[in-house]
Ligand binder design. Structure first.
Ligand code: CUA
Length: 335
C-alpha cells in the first residue's frame, strides 16, 4: 500500500512539474499570453477563441475517425455520405472560420485607432541590427535613444515605424501586435500599456545575419517618472570628472568614433550608429546582445562582430588596450 501511495504521489509531482513547465512558458516579459497592454489583451482573447475553434474542429474530426473505425460495417446511403461531406466539409468550416474571421476583423479598427493627441510622439527606425528610437516634441526638437522605448502607463502612445535598409518587423508581444518596418513606407502602431514593468521587443522578420540579436526593451513607468526620464535624456552629455574617462572623451573624438555616433554637447555628431549621449543609462548594448558594463564595452569596441556577426561598426582592435579602456570608461560615465 505504501509503495502504491508513493507511486501515486510521485505521479502527481510529475504532473505538477509538467504542468508548471507548460504554464511558465506562457508568462514573462515577452509573452503574448501574459498581456500588459490593451491591444495585447484583445489579441490574447482572439488567440483563445481560435484555440477553441480549432479544438472543436479537431475533436469533431478525431471523433468521426474513431466512430468510422468502431462502427459496425453497414451499407451507406449516398444521401448520408453527401450530407456528411457537405455538412462536415463545407458548412461546419464556413461557420467556424467565418465566425473567427468576423471576430478578428472586428478587432482591427480599434487596434489601429489613432492615439489621442498629447501623448508622446515616437518614431522607431529599424536598422541593421538595432532600433533607433526618436522622441519628438511638438516644437520639432527630438531626443534620440537606442534599443529602448519608455512609455507612460495607461496612455496610448503612437509609434511610427520606418526602415532604410530591409524589411524588419517590430513585435512587443506583451503590449501589442507586430507591424513591419518597410523602406519607403511609414507604418504605425498604437501601444497602450496597462501595467508598469520591463518588456522585451524583438525583430519578427528575418533581416540578415544578426536578426536574432535585434532586441528592444520597453520600460513602462508612471507618468511623472516618464517625464523625468525624458527630461534627463534631453540633457546634453555631462563632462566626465574621472581622469581616465576624460582621456576617453578626447580619444572618442580623436579616433573617429564621433563620425558615426553622436554625443550631444560634444563635437561627436555622427548619425550612422546609435546616439550615445546617455548610453550608460541603457539596459544593454548591441540591441540586447549583452548587459552593459566596462568589460562588455571594451569587448564591443575591440571587435563588435565577435559579439554580433554582421554588425556595421568596424573593429578597433588596432587601438592600444589602454585607449579602449579609457573610451569604455568615458561611455560608462554617460549616464
Ligand atoms: Cu530586423 Cu530581423
Amino acid at each position: 500500500m505504501f509503495a502504491s501511495l508513493t507511486a501515486a504521489s510521485g505521479q502527481r509531482t510529475g504532473l505538477a512539474v509538467v504542468w508548471s513547465m507548460a504554464v511558465s512558458g506562457c508568462a514573462g516579459s515577452q509573452s503574448a499570453l501574459d498581456p500588459a497592454g490593451r491591444a495585447a489583451d484583445r489579441i490574447e482573447a482572439l488567440f483563445w477563441w481560435m484555440c477553441a475553434g480549432a479544438s472543436i474542429v479537431w475533436l469533431a474530426v478525431v471523433g468521426l475517425a474513431i466512430w468510422a473505425t468502431k462502427a459496425p460495417p453497414r451499407e451507406h446511403s449516398s444521401r448520408g455520405a453527401r450530407t456528411l461531406v457537405v455538412g462536415g466539409g463545407v458548412v461546419a468550416p464556413v461557420i467556424v472560420l467565418g465566425g473567427l474571421l468576423g471576430y478578428g476583423l472586428a478587432l482591427l479598427p480599434d487596434l489601429l485607432a489613432p492615439a489621442a493627441t498629447g501623448g508622446p510622439r515616437i518614431v522607431v527606425t529599424a536598422e541593421q541590427y538595432w532600433w533607433r528610437v526618436r522622441y519628438e516634441s511638438a516644437t520639432g526638437e527630438h531626443v534620440d535613444v537606442a534599443n529602448e522605448i519608455r512609455l507612460p502607463v495607461g496612455r496610448a502612445s503612437e509609434i511610427g515605424l520606418e526602415s532604410h535598409d530591409v524589411i524588419h518587423s517590430l513585435w512587443i508581444p506583451s503590449l501589442g501586435g507586430k507591424v513591419d518596418a518597410i523602406p519607403g513606407r511609414h507604418n504605425r502602431i498604437v501601444l497602450e500599456p496597462t501595467r508598469t514593468g520591463t518588456f522585451t521587443g524583438l525583430c519578427a522578420e528575418y533581416c540578415g545575419t544578426s536578426h536574432a540579436w535585434m532586441q528592444l526593451s520597453v520600460v513602462v513607468v508612471e507618468d511623472d517618472e516618464y517625464a523625468t526620464w525624458l527630461a534627463s535624456q534631453a540633457q546634453p552629455a555631462a563632462l566626465p570628472d574621472d581622469p581616465i574617462a576624460s582621456r576617453g572623451a578626447e580619444l572618442f573624438v580623436a579616433d573617429g568614433c564621433g563620425a558615426c555616433h553622436a554625443v550631444r554637447g560634444t563635437r561627436a555628431d555622427g548619425v550612422v550608429g546609435p546616439d550615445l549621449t546617455h548610453v550608460a543609462s541603457r539596459l544593454s548594448i548591441g540591441a540586447g546582445r549583452t548587459s552593459r558594463g566596462p568589460e562588455a564595452l571594451e569587448l564591443w569596441i575591440h571587435d563588435p562582430a565577435e559579439l554580433k556577426p554582421g554588425v556595421q561598426m568596424p573593429a578597433f582592435h588596432m587601438l592600444p588596450s589602454a585607449d579602449i579602456t579609457a573610451i569604455a570608461a568615458y561611455l560608462e560615465s554617460l549616464r
